[in-house]
Design a protein around this ligand. Structure first.
Ligand code: 5BU
Length: 470
């Protein structure tokens, strides 16, 4: 059956309804899609499952998973017709037995395609994705019969999923309008409703509390890495999760800034190769300030070359990074061999690594897959890796910390693709551990005062995430 005929059939069966409906969110909607009715019409169920199969038949996956309840019949139908194993995400936790949240037979690392009937805000899809990803399954594609065009698809895409739907609501409306099933008024009203009721990504995240509530003391217990422990001790004793990114270009400016922000930070981040008059005296002075104010020196060098070169960049004069940096960043675009190479210098007991898993720019190439692989590398090397640089939700791994640049008291961006989020958003919604702030501090009139302000906001947001402060 073709897509147009199927829409007309769904309309006749009362699956697509127009009128006035109150949605789960409390919103009053001029249309309602009730795919649960389809279980009463096996032939129609078959036609829908055929359309869904068209979307996924070329994809590489091991399991089908329907979002309960409406999509369970759809995933069952596809599973039987195309001989694809199914998994089922429970809606409620079992009181007895295994307490498993996902039923079926699967192995960590296998791929699942998740199916829902309708995507509106994307929230029920995200809830399902979180549960099945926690089981170690990987999801790249999510599919639906109808995209209600209210923001859910872009929310999911922002999280790195590829979304496919058989219809958008607009396509359905066009078919029904063309076939005189809805009048001009309903047609316009419905389009207007969609347009005026967008449920954005940020609004959605604010309604949810999915961030792991990891405290600094929990991370400290879970890490075997001595540099992570040192950093956490500083964070807890100074009550600051602020890292100042000191991106200034002379020794004088750098030392002045370090002196000003020193009392309020847990780390001072440098790009030492951008300091025009760099010399070894600068390092001596920075070291002494780091002791005076108790912060770590973090050189954001982002080693990215083959191991043989990264090793030299880490240890060679004139910068001699390995001799003074407590922490350095490393890309893993060349693979985990970069970490092995840095390890072979035997300097990693005094310098910890942070793996760049994801970047803050709007056009970053650090895709969801890349970020996942980078995290795996960081996990594998936890003895020398302190954590990751990332933007999304903090991984649940309590042995690693998450560091996030692109932070300012006011969200926004710069002229070169940088994207800023607020400390509140980063700590409370994403569960990060340390915020990295550059221009927000050193371009302000009074960096000392500004860093005190960031320190206070960051700490408050951290406590709020733990539920210790309103
Ligand atoms: P800003 O002035 O707060 O935008 O500075 C951000 C700093 O963080 C700057 O030193 C960057 O090199 C660094 N950074 C970043 O902005 N985004 C990233 O994804 C990574 C590092 Br990794």
């Amino acid at each position: 059956m073709d897509k147009e005929k199927l829409v007309l059939q769904l309309f006749d069966l009362g699956v697509l309804q127009f009128g006035q409906f109150t949605l789960k969110s409390g919103l009053s909607s001029p249309f309602y899609l009730d795919f649960r009715r389809v279980v009463a019409y096996p032939e129609t169920l078959k036609h829908i499952s055929d359309q869904l199969w068209e979307l996924i038949k070329e994809l590489d996956f091991d399991h089908l998973c329907g979002v309960p309840y409406a999509a369970l019949s759809l995933s069952s139908a596809i599973s039987m017709r195309h001989n694809k194993p199914m998994i089922v995400k429970r809606k409620e936790v079992k009181k007895h037995g295994t307490k498993k949240m996902v039923e079926g037979i699967y192995e960590e690392g296998e791929k699942a395609v998740v199916i829902d009937d309708v995507i509106s805000s994307g929230i029920s899809m995200i809830e399902t994705l979180e549960v099945i990803e926690d089981e170690g399954l990987e999801v790249d594609y999510v599919i639906a019969i109808v995209d209600r065009m209210q923001g859910g698809v872009s929310t999911l895409e922002k999280q790195g999923y590829e979304v496919k739907s058989v219809y958008t609501i607009e396509e359905i409306l066009n078919i029904l309008h063309k076939n005189n099933k809805v009048d001009d008024h309903t047609y316009k009203l419905t389009l207007e409703f969609i347009h005026n009721n967008q449920i954005g990504y940020d609004k959605l995240r604010l309604q949810r509390n999915v961030v792991p509530k990891l405290s600094y003391s929990t991370i400290k217990i879970n890490t075997a890495n001595e540099i992570t422990k040192r950093l956490l001790t500083i964070i807890e004793s100074k009550q600051t999760n602020l890292c100042c990114s000191a991106d200034v270009n002379t020794k004088k400016e750098l030392l002045e800034l370090a002196e000003q922000v020193g009392p309020y930070i847990c780390m001072l981040k440098t790009h030492i190769d951008t300091v025009a008059d760099f010399d070894s005296e600068l390092i001596v002075k920075l070291k002494s300030l780091s002791q005076k104010y108790n912060f770590l020196l973090f050189e954001d060098r982002k080693f990215a070359d083959i191991g043989h070169i990264a090793k030299q960049q880490f240890t060679s004069a004139p910068l001699n990074i390995a001799d003074w940096a407590d922490i350095v960043t490393v890309h893993v675009v060349a693979g985990s061999s970069s970490i092995d190479a840095l390890r072979s210098t035997e300097q990693l007991d005094t310098t910890g690594l942070i793996v760049v898993a994801q970047m803050s720019t709007e056009d970053t190439l650090t895709s969801r897959d890349y970020t996942k692989e980078a995290l795996k590398i960081a996990q594998k090397h936890q003895d020398v890796v302190v954590g990751i640089v990332g933007q999304n939700k903090r991984p649940r791994d309590a042995g690693l910390m998450m560091f996030t640049p692109g932070i300012k008291l006011e969200a926004g961006g710069d002229a070169h693709g940088q994207v800023y989020n607020t400390p509140q958003e980063a700590f409370e919604m994403r569960g990060i551990d340390v915020m990295i702030v550059g221009r927000g501090i050193y371009q302000s009139e009074n960096p000392a005062k500004k860093s005190a302000e960031y320190k206070q906001v960051g700490w408050k947001s951290y406590l709020k995430r733990l539920g210790l402060e309103e």
